[in-house]
Design a protein around this ligand. Structure first.
Ligand SMILES: Cc1ncc(COP(=O)(O)O)c(C=O)c1O
Length: 365
């Protein structure tokens, strides 16, 4: 008899992007370009850094467990009631809380594959039956198949929009076509970790429109991407006040620390940082797309700060070749896509270093 919870026996751990320090040690390198975790290459907003410095003298005091300043700020920005907002220790905690709030043993949850692997880990850990639905040929969520698989046991339907690792969006019409067919008892979780990169496209649906019509909807967003605060761990959820109330009961009393809270508030005030981040993202991706097109590498049109591309060779071989040159990307074999890689946008210098290294690796094969 194992001492562990039975679900752990089959649980596969999340594989994060390789840390810079590991690669430096393993390959004896002093400089690394990490384009593996969709971080902000510009770094955080200066306003956030200033706020952290100011707050540093107060870290002997517990944080505000309700994170009220941050929730008020988000409520004003998105025209919501404060009670519709929950702050998490990263979006990843929101994913965990959603599973822990709704799943009873034997309930079913549906998500696309490949998509963000934490939906599977967090819900199967507590006894959910996971139903992965392969993306279509053009890397879309297969909503018709989702609907066919929904039954009275289905508790959560996850939609990653834009999707990680493919970077593409489900359009307004597509999302509505799913929403119209969802039973009311199903929780729709819209993962909008990359919202800010997608929102300017008129085809993209802001999850808040769905929430207005359908209270059993949860929207996840994060300060880890566009705001450049991945190291501080701040994410958030929007939902009905009833759902937020229940999720809050199990969030952990002080789940968002002082530095994280003040930095998140400050970064919401820094429009310039946001504009520069989006501009750099476009330029970096533009350079990559030009190269991919010239090399006849098929890529998926992205609405995020990363791109999914078929490099016409083993992603495992390319991944190792790139590591040796000090460049970290995410190889597609992790998702059973042998010839694909996911690469984050970088500074222009990082982008050039990546493309040069990729070019070398492709021609070495
Ligand atoms: C689709 C998606 N959702 C959620 C997250 C969680 O982000 P974090 O926990 O850093 O807020 C990520 C991070 O990579 C992501 O790609």
């Amino acid at each position: 008899m194992s001492i562990f919870r039975k679900e752990l026996a089959n649980l596969r751990a999340y594989v994060p992007g390789k840390p810079i320090e590991d690669v430096m040690r393993a390959y004896g390198l002093t400089s690394i370009v990490k384009l593996a975790s969709n971080e902000n290459p510009l770094g955080p907003s200066k306003l956030a850094v200033e706020a952290i410095k100011k707050e540093a003298d107060h870290i002997h005091i517990y944080p505000d467990g309700a994170a009220l300043d941050l929730r008020v700020k988000l409520a004003e920005k998105y025209n919501l009631d404060v009670n519709q907002i929950l702050i998490g220790s990263g979006g990843e905690q929101i994913i965990k809380l959603v599973a822990h709030t709704f799943v009873n043993e034997g309930d079913e949850v549906i998500f696309a594959t490949p998509s963000f692997t934490l939906y599977d880990i967090m819900s199967s850990h507590i006894g959910a039956k996971c139903i992965p639905v392969p993306l279509t040929e053009d890397f879309k969520h297969d909503f018709d198949r989702f609907v066919e698989l929904i039954n009275e046991k289905t508790k959560i339907v996850y939609v990653c929009n834009p999707n990680n690792p493919t970077g593409n969006i489900m359009t307004k019409d597509e999302v509505w076509s799913l929403v119209e067919r969802l039973p009311e008892t199903c929780i729709l979780m819209l993962d909008e970790a990359y919202f800010e990169y997608a929102v300017h496209d008129p085809e993209y649906i802001d999850g808040l429109e769905v929430l207005k019509k359908r209270p059993h909807t949860i929207i996840l967003r994060t300060f880890s991407k566009v705001a450049g605060l991945a190291g501080l761990r701040v994410g958030y959820a929007f939902s009905s006040s009833e759902i937020i109330r229940e999720m809050t009961k199990i969030k952990g009393v002080f789940n968002a620390n002082r530095l994280a809270q003040v930095a998140a508030v400050a970064s919401l005030e820094d429009e310039e940082h946001l504009t520069k981040t989006l501009q750099l993202n476009r330029e970096s991706l533009h350079l990559m797309k030009n190269y991919f097109t010239k090399q006849h590498m098929r890529y998926v049109e992205t609405h995020t700060n990363f791109i999914w591309v078929n490099i016409n060779m083993s992603s495992k071989v390319a991944y190792e070749g790139l590591l040796r040159k000090g460049v970290i990307i995410r190889p597609g074999f992790l998702w059973d896509f042998e010839d694909w890689i996911r690469v984050s946008s970088g500074t222009m210098e990082q982008t050039e270093i990546f493309l040069k290294a990729l070019d070398d690796v492709v021609h070495e094969k």
